[in-house]
Design a protein around this ligand. Structure first.
Ligand code: ADP
Length: 278
């Protein structure tokens, strides 16, 4: 559904962010695109969505070259940007103006999502809402657009704790076999229980692109070495609650994926991660 092949990109000549990125994303999954601030997550999403053009390599989305920006591709993808532009209009006017771009938009779903996000009584001007409220309106809109591909760039930034759980609840209800959702974030914890694919980007390289199933098959997440003494230790973190560890999972023992630990482990030993999952 999305294919990046040998992508090279830089905003300035001689300063490439990506030298040679190859990556495939398939429908029916929710990808968590993780990376530190400045790792290139937003840029990568923009290349996928045809908003930035690679210097070399090909970005294919829904079977078309992303740079062609074909109308029937653009109305089947939605990009919830981190920096939101909202016009000086009321919420209903916004929906009436923008929904026609998305043939599968459902106003009934939009109303329902607004209710879940506790915005059903909000009738004011969109640009006068708080940052978090604006974000929630656009989240409701992006989900109600029912596009085959949904990009969400740092969607939980600015959301309070109840809104973050409402967001997770909504996302769980909309994920289906035909949709591809890519959520980028540096707030790794917010994605817990939401994603089934993990893509880690660092310094212009894909360090990991694997399913959560594959990850827990290959890696063992342990506290205080209670699960097994076997396996190569890849990463350990001392916390007040014990020593958290990531080890190779040679005997395929069940453990729960800890995204934050995974991310820290991947940042510490990129080479091992790359080789383990390639
Ligand atoms: P992330 O989303 O992971 O925080 P970005 O894709 O926003 O990372 O940025 C990657 C790098 O590209 C950063 O060093 C950032 O400063 C730079 N960058 C982003 N947008 C622009 C731009 N419009 N012009 C020049 N440099 C940019």
């Amino acid at each position: 559904m999305i294919k990046l092949q040998n992508i090279q990109f830089g905003y300035r000549k001689g300063h490439n962010i990506f030298e040679d990125v190859t990556l495939a994303m398939e429908p029916g999954h929710v990808y968590g695109l993780l990376g530190k601030n400045g790792a290139g997550k937003t840029t990568l999403l923009k290349i996928m969505a045809g908003l930035r053009f690679p210097n070399a390599g090909t970005a294919t989305i829904l079977g078309e070259n992303a740079t062609l920006r074909k109308a029937d591709v653009l109305n089947d993808i939605y990009f919830l940007q981190e920096e939101m532009y909202v016009p000086h209009v009321k919420i209903r006017q916004f929906v009436n103006a923008y929904a026609p771009f998305y043939p599968n938009f459902s106003e009934a779903q939009f109303d329902e999502y607004m209710r879940v996000l506790e915005l059903q009584n909000e009738t004011g001007f969109l640009d006068k809402l708080s940052h978090g409220q604006k974000k929630k309106v656009l989240i409701a809109f992006s989900l109600a657009a029912n596009t085959s591909i949904l990009f969400m760039d740092e969607p939980t930034n600015g959301l309070d704790i109840p809104s973050k759980s409402a967001f997770r609840q909504l996302m769980a209800s909309v994920a289906d076999d035909s949709r591809l959702v890519v959520i980028s974030t540096h707030q790794v914890r917010d994605l817990h229980s939401l994603i089934d694919m993990v893509t880690i980007l660092d310094n212009g390289h894909i360090v990991l692109n694997a399913s959560t199933f594959d990850i827990t098959d290959k890696l063992l997440f342990d506290v205080d070495n209670t699960k097994t003494a076997e396996g190569k230790l890849l990463y350990a973190e001392e916390t007040p609650r014990g020593i958290y560890q990531v080890k190779t999972n040679d005997r395929h023992i069940d453990s729960s994926l800890d995204l934050e630990l995974l991310f820290n482990a991947a940042m510490t030993d990129k080479e091992s991660f790359y080789n383990l999952f390639k």
